[in-house]
Design a protein around this ligand. Structure first.
Ligand SMILES: *[C@@H]1O[C@H](CO)[C@@H](O)[C@H](O)[C@H]1NC(C)=O
Ligand SMILES: *[C@@H]1O[C@H](CO)[C@@H](O)[C@H](O)[C@H]1NC(C)=O
Ligand SMILES: *[C@@H]1O[C@H](CO)[C@@H](O)[C@H](O)[C@H]1NC(C)=O
Ligand SMILES: *[C@@H]1O[C@H](CO)[C@@H](O)[C@H](O)[C@H]1NC(C)=O
Ligand SMILES: *[C@@H]1O[C@H](CO)[C@@H](O)[C@H](O)[C@H]1NC(C)=O
Ligand SMILES: *[C@@H]1O[C@H](CO)[C@@H](O)[C@H](O)[C@H]1NC(C)=O
Ligand SMILES: *[C@@H]1O[C@H](CO)[C@@H](O)[C@H](O)[C@H]1NC(C)=O
Ligand SMILES: *[C@@H]1O[C@H](CO)[C@@H](O)[C@H](O)[C@H]1NC(C)=O
Ligand SMILES: *[C@@H]1O[C@H](CO)[C@@H](O)[C@H](O)[C@H]1NC(C)=O
Ligand SMILES: *[C@@H]1O[C@H](CO)[C@@H](O)[C@H](O)[C@H]1NC(C)=O
Length: 508
């Protein structure tokens, strides 16, 4: 008897869920456990070395479409996004001072990444096409006897073009994957730290010392870049990666998944519980770093949805990915992660934009860009923005309170319930009731909408859409928001499945 009762409930559940009101109550003043102030450039970029020229172009032919994307984010927050250039292909890069071509790549690929990468001097002109802060990774994986000379030449060429916008050099990429590939199987974390310090000393003394840009010549490195396995606390406390004071920032890399069959929008990416687990795993590392030196920022210097990069059509680079990204970024902020450098790639399924012609198609905006635009607007221009995640205990709904100078200013709610145009029932809606401070009379609701989680077109944020037109980023649509009126201290919002809303208070 009980079993059949439960069966009936399961069939009814989408309908039942639409009638239940979720009440959100954020404290009017900054609560205990809210994040530290958020960096305005929180949602930043990482470009793989082999795609950098696609995204940036060169001095005489900058990529204006990419420049427009970066400028749009700057408009929204007042901060230029950071750009980190590096990755696996950076750890294969060989500098050739007499190479006239900007970059030469082998045809042979692994995960869409060429096995051989040769850089000529003009490749480095790309750094002059955006006025952004930069981080550049030199090659440590190289196991030839001239590896250090190659790294020094790369650092020198990069500094020449990055000039005063240099934030940090990275040395190597994901060294925890070196054993058995570019180093013997017995290569350890302690070995890595020893090599890293040797390269850092040399770059400081032979490239950075006496630089004319006023850059700190010694504390100028972003360390670790681990993706799997090795320990942040051991690198600092046991092996002494910073014992000579070179470490300025610490970066780890995070990918939610590879392209296994079980990876799906609803169960995987559009799942707040999974997103939260992807990020709370860094808490012990952050605590260890905080205990070592609270001034060293911890960031995800290379991150996105899928480390295999390719063949995930319908599951990444779709509207559900925009929603995934909003939740991923906001939850990361709420944990005090300093910055996310979202990795892009011309051929990568999760890329936010395709910067050049590819497969006979024009450059284009892809849905993940919208996730980044929404988060940039959530951060906005206010000087002191802090975030608190509101725990709803749900896989398919998440919510955040945003504080400006300690005062509740916005709510963000993401409905991660997967719905698409082929779903056999009407799009469900979640009723939400927001508790608001007494002085608020009205609020503005802006929505991130799309025709369904698997759509890759027809997306808009606050009524606006962006895409490539005639070499530039063009905007279409018109500003749209709902004005909500407070009734009995609450605001009512209806949020369809696969949609996000940002509710901003009008202070009167
Ligand atoms: C983030 O930092 C703030 C301010 O230091 C702190 O109160 C809060 O507990 C931190 N959050 C987490 C998840 O550690
Ligand atoms: C700059 O890029 C343009 C267009 O891709 C190319 O034709 C030109 O040769 C490049 N210049 C240099 C110095 O590499
Ligand atoms: C460097 O580039 C020059 C000019 O293209 C080429 O002749 C030379 O073989 C290259 N050196 C290496 C080590 O690839
Ligand atoms: C050196 O690196 C190459 C790849 O560049 C790899 O094939 C080779 O096995 C590495 N050698 C050692 C001793 O790890
Ligand atoms: C690590 O392995 C290499 C051969 O792959 C060997 O020459 C070396 O002695 C080993 N090092 C240690 C510390 O065992
Ligand atoms: C969401 O992710 C969590 C953690 O990975 C998992 O336990 C749960 O089953 C997932 N939810 C759905 C609907 O698949
Ligand atoms: C990260 O999220 C994916 C779902 O996208 C999940 O399968 C995986 O287990 C999560 N990883 C961790 C470490 O929580
Ligand atoms: C969302 O998840 C809850 C359980 O956390 C479930 O009851 C509900 O049916 C799901 N779907 C919708 C549309 O809310
Ligand atoms: C559309 O959504 C349904 C769930 O409502 C899901 O089973 C299906 O896989 C989705 N379609 C695609 C193409 O992802
Ligand atoms: C941008 O335009 C291209 C080409 O028309 C299209 O394929 C793509 O879906 C559009 N992007 C979005 C996010 O709508």
């Amino acid at each position: 008897m009980r079993l059949s009762f439960w069966k009936i409930c399961l069939i009814c559940s989408p309908v039942v869920a639409t009638t239940e009101v979720v009440k959100l109550q954020a404290s009017a003043h900054l609560p205990v456990g809210a994040s530290k102030p958020v960096e305005h450039a929180f949602a930043s970029f990482s470009f793989p070395v082999h795609f950098f020229a696609d995204f940036a172009g060169n001095k005489s032919h900058p990529n204006r479409f990419s420049q427009d994307v970066v400028r749009l984010l700057h408009e929204k927050t007042g901060a230029w996004p950071h750009i980190r250039v590096g990755g696996t292909s950076g750890d294969r890069a060989i500098y050739n001072a007499s190479q006239t071509q900007s970059i030469i790549l082998s045809e042979e690929l692994d995960n869409g990444i060429p096995l051989e990468v040769y850089l000529g001097p003009t490749w480095f002109e790309g750094f002059e096409t955006f006025p952004t802060p930069w981080t550049f990774g030199v090659n440590l994986a190289n196991n030839k006897s001239n590896a250090l000379d190659n790294a020094l030449a790369e650092a020198e060429a990069a500094l020449k073009h990055i000039k005063g916008n240099l934030v940090a050099f990275e040395i190597g990429n994901e060294p925890d994957l070196y054993p058995g590939s570019v180093r013997p199987l017995n290569f350890t974390e302690a070995d890595y730290v020893r090599e890293w310090r040797y390269f850092a000393d040399a770059i400081s003394q032979r490239v950075m010392k006496g630089n004319k840009y006023g850059l700190d010549w010694w504390k100028i490195f972003q360390a670790l870049t681990f993706v799997d396995g090795w320990s942040v606390s051991k690198a600092f406390d046991e092996y002494g990666i910073d014992s000579t004071g070179h470490v300025k920032l610490v970066s780890q890399h995070q990918y939610a998944a590879g392209n296994a069959d079980w990876v799906r929008l609803g169960r995987s990416f559009m799942n707040h519980t999974a997103i939260a687990a992807n990020l709370t795993q860094y808490i012990p590392a952050m605590e260890a770093l905080q205990a070592y030196d609270p001034q060293i920022p911890f960031l995800l210097g290379e991150t996105n949805s899928d480390y295999v990069n390719l063949n995930m059509a319908g599951v990444e680079g779709v509207f559900g990915s925009s929603l995934w990204l909003v939740d991923y970024l906001l939850f990361g902020m709420s944990l005090n992660i300093t910055r996310f450098n979202l990795i892009q790639g011309t051929t990568f399924g999760y890329t936010a934009w395709v910067p050049v012609q590819y497969n006979g198609q024009d450059p284009k905006v892809k849905p993940p860009l919208y996730g980044q635009l929404v988060v940039a607007d959530v951060i906005g221009h206010h000087r002191t923005v802090q975030v608190k995640s509101l725990d709803l205990g749900r896989d398919n709904l998440s919510a955040y309170a945003i504080y400006e100078s300690d005062i509740l200013a916005k709510y963000v709610v993401v409905n991660l319930d997967e719905w698409n145009s082929t779903t056999v029932y009407p799009r469900p809606s979640q009723q939400i009731s927001l508790d608001v401070p007494g002085y608020v009379n009205t609020a503005e609701a802006k929505r991130l909408t799309g025709p369904g989680a698997s759509a890759d077109t027809g997306i808009s944020w606050g009524g606006l859409s962006w895409n490539y037109t005639d070499g530039r980023l063009a905007r279409s649509g018109s500003d749209r928001c709902d004005i909500l009126r407070v009734s009995h201290g609450r605001l009512a919002v209806e949020l369809p499945s696969s949609e996000a809303v940002v509710v901003e208070f009008h202070h009167q």
